[in-house]
Design a protein around this ligand. Structure first.
Ligand code: AVJ
Length: 324
């Protein structure tokens, strides 16, 4: 009897299923996860970006912290537990921990394990009374908080730098809800957010005259050549910053200078001349949008501290079950 041909074609499992890199490069609007920007070289280049005149968010927030941390520390009280997603090199962290009254526990969470280890070691030496319990994890995904020594004080989530702007609004809400749950009853959050909407200022900040941001962006290709055996030629791409006023976001693009085929983990990716790969969204939520985001995520805004030009703000909020 002739074997019957069934219609169901059994597909070999897609080797790239779940690989957000390939998924992003296969999408009609090509994109890459922005966490790829932060390998060791990327983290170095971001440090440089923070020293640039054009990149105002870093300096503006530093000045806000200098000015308002004493009042925030007063409100938090002694023996606090500080949780910091995406801890980076820690200059702002040091300012916070120095302002707090004998903080008990510090939990930095970062994908860059090397940077995490350095920060933890240094802070452990600088603040002997502080227990540092680092977690090498992607804080946008689920993870467990480490069991640490008892702390009688409040829990504070510290999320500076306008990194909240890298999330799509729905993901930002999910992130804030999850950290409200993780931090527990009575917790507070200090969040830095840029609400600037001046296109010329923004485009200079995300495409600086020295080309540091361009190098930061193009470095993603070198990263993928290493991690995904890709065949990107960075000189065949150029960096571009785009302001999308309708969505209040800056986009970083890597634009293909010519028609080309790049192989990523053996998968051919065709790019047309002028075709962009989106490497980062930086939402510049209005203050109203930010207040709503916090409220809808279980955080009640207690104070908002704007910078003198009304771009960068420090948001100090707490869970409604926080005691006064
Ligand atoms: C670290 C995410 C806050 O969005 O301003 C800087 C990253 N990208 N220049 C930002 C970034 C381009 C930065 N964050």
């Amino acid at each position: 009897m002739k074997p019957t041909i069934t219609s169901a074609v059994r597909r070999a499992p897609d080797p790239f299923a779940g690989d957000d890199v390939i998924a992003g490069l296969r999408a009609p609007r090509k994109s890459l996860p922005c966490k790829l920007l932060y390998d060791a070289r990327g983290a170095e280049l971001f440090e440089q970006i923070c020293t640039l005149d054009e990149y105002y968010p870093y300096r503006a927030e530093l000045a806000l912290l200098e000015h308002h941390l004493p009042a925030i520390a007063q409100a938090i009280g002694p023996s606090a537990r500080v949780i910091e997603p995406g801890s980076g090199a820690g200059r702002k962290t040091r300012m916070l921990l120095a302002a707090l009254d004998r903080p008990a526990v510090y939990i930095p969470i970062d994908v860059s394990a090397e940077q995490l280890a350095t920060t933890a070691r240094e802070l452990g030496t600088e603040l002997p009374g502080l227990q540092v319990a680092p977690i090498a994890a992607d804080y946008t995904a689920a993870f467990e908080l480490p069991v640490t020594r008892r702390h009688d004080g409040r829990t504070l989530v510290f999320f500076p730098g306008s990194t909240i702007g890298n999330f799509e609004p729905e993901d930002a809400r999910r992130f804030l809800v999850r950290f409200a749950q993780l931090a527990g009853p009575g917790a507070s959050i200090v969040l830095g957010a840029d609400s600037n909407a001046e296109p010329e200022v923004l485009l200079r900040a995300y495409d600086d005259s020295q080309g540091v941001t361009a190098a930061f962006d193009l470095n993603v290709l070198a990263h993928l050549n290493r991690t995904h055996h890709a065949t990107f030629d960075p000189s065949a791409f150029m960096h571009r910053a785009v302001w999308d006023a309708s969505r209040s976001r800056i986009e970083m693009h890597l634009v293909s200078r010519r028609r080309q085929i790049v192989h990523v983990a053996g998968e051919p990716i065709q790019l047309e001349r002028g075709e962009p790969i989106v490497t980062e969204h930086c939402y510049k939520h209005s203050p109203q949008m930010l207040e709503a985001l916090l409220r809808e995520s279980g955080w009640r805004t207690r104070h908002v501290f704007p910078d003198p030009v009304g771009r960068m703000r420090l948001w100090f909020a707490e869970r409604p079950d926080a005691r006064p």
